[in-house]
Design a protein around this ligand. Structure first.
Ligand code: FES
Length: 362
């Protein structure tokens, strides 16, 4: 068991925390390009590593991500007007460009240069693989742009979705790299989900799983072997890539899957779901399954990124299906089962916002 201090060290990611500083050294998937589909479209709110931000696409198609709140009286710029190469606050008309620079204060004469002194915090963006990525770290330490395989294959070979997950990023990641739960929690899904059915999936139902772990420069490779047929072993290799990416072992020629578990704040994360095939376009059938919440993707409440199946409806558990071995958990689908520790559940109901303090050594 981790101590409270160790847990805080790993899961608090706001400004000024050690894990927050580490994550800010990487490009972070922040929003789908389709959320801001065209120039001058409505801005969108987002929260990343505890920071409340606004994203918009200006008249020239450039993407800006910056502080959500106007520097004047703190109005949310979500209410702003996206027009003529900038986002204008609706209260007194201050206008910001995609870098967060204020470019107009209507109540001040332009020659005063007043607006030049106003700038919101903003972050560099990159649009790669249908995703807007953010770099929130020190400018002088900006790393190369992301080049994950899923992000660089042709668009027809890729499907990307995201959903909120009501647990912290580490709880989600633990599930992502834990092969054993698949043999229990998903054992029926492995036969019913069209994107998972395969001989390998049959072997994965075997509960006698043994682990071997190798640390790499960029994360960890987790090998798990299970008995297969004719005295052979079936190995599945999961990868964890710093700081929050995972790659799920493939089954035969099925498309590959992966996740990024990005902290929204200290109690919630955005679970990004990437499906791609490195050598062929995804089929119409695969796309249809995923758009209907199959594979690692889920159905969402319209207008949100919250799954239809969520903790407030007890994940729509079906006790009959559970009892009669149609579903091990009674919760339908692979991606709708969210780990949530009792400790985290209690803490999120009762505790004020936590701050990080350096662990003491014995
Ligand atoms: S609050 Fe935004 S311009 Fe005044």
């Amino acid at each position: 068991m981790t101590t409270q201090q160790q847990n805080d060290f790993l899961t608090l990611t706001g400004p000024g925390t050690p894990m927050g500083a580490l994550m800010r050294r990487y490009w972070i998937p922040a929003l789908l390009s389709s959320e801001i589909p065209e120039p001058d479209c409505p801005p969108v709110r987002l929260k990343v590593l505890g920071e409340r931000l606004i994203a918009f696409r200006d008249t020239g198609g450039r993407v800006g991500v910056m502080d959500e709140f106007c520097a004047h009286r703190g109005v949310s710029l979500w209410f702003g007007r996206n027009e003529e190469s900038g986002l204008r606050c609706p209260y007194h008309g201050w206008k910001y460009d995609v870098t967060g620079q204020c470019i107009e204060v209507p109540s001040e004469p332009a020659e005063s240069g007043f607006c030049n002194k106003i700038k919101l915090t903003s972050y560099p963006c990159a649009e790669i693989g249908d995703v807007v990525w953010l770099y929130m770290g020190p400018p002088q330490l900006q790393p190369p742009k992301p080049n994950f395989e899923w992000a660089t294959v042709p668009a027809a070979a890729r499907f990307v979705s995201k959903r909120t997950q009501e647990c912290n990023w580490l709880q989600a990641l633990e599930g992502g790299i834990d092969s054993v739960h698949v043999s229990f929690l998903h054992r029926h899904d492995l036969r019913s989900d069209p994107l998972h059915v395969s001989q390998g999936a049959e072997f994965t139902r075997e509960t006698d799983a043994r682990f071997e772990v190798i640390e790499t420069k960029g994360g960890m490779v987790i090998g798990v072997r299970r008995p297969a047929t004719a005295g052979k072993l079936y190995w599945r290799i999961t990868q964890w890539i710093m700081p929050f990416h995972t790659m799920i072992p493939p089954y035969g020629d099925n498309a590959l899957n992966g996740h990024a578990f990005v902290p929204i704040d200290d109690e919630n994360c955005m679970s990004w779901c990437f499906t791609h095939h490195p050598a062929r376009p995804l089929s119409a059938h695969e796309l249809e399954v995923m758009r209907n919440g199959g594979g690692i993707h889920v159905n969402l409440i319209p207008g949100s990124f919250r799954p239809v199946v969520n903790k407030d409806n007890d994940y729509m558990i079906d006790r009959v299906a559970q009892k009669h071995h149609k579903s091990y958990s009674g919760v339908k689908g692979i991606a709708c089962k969210t780990p949530r520790s009792r400790k985290a559940a209690v803490r999120s109901r009762t505790a004020p916002r936590r701050t990080w303090s350096r662990p003491t050594t014995a």
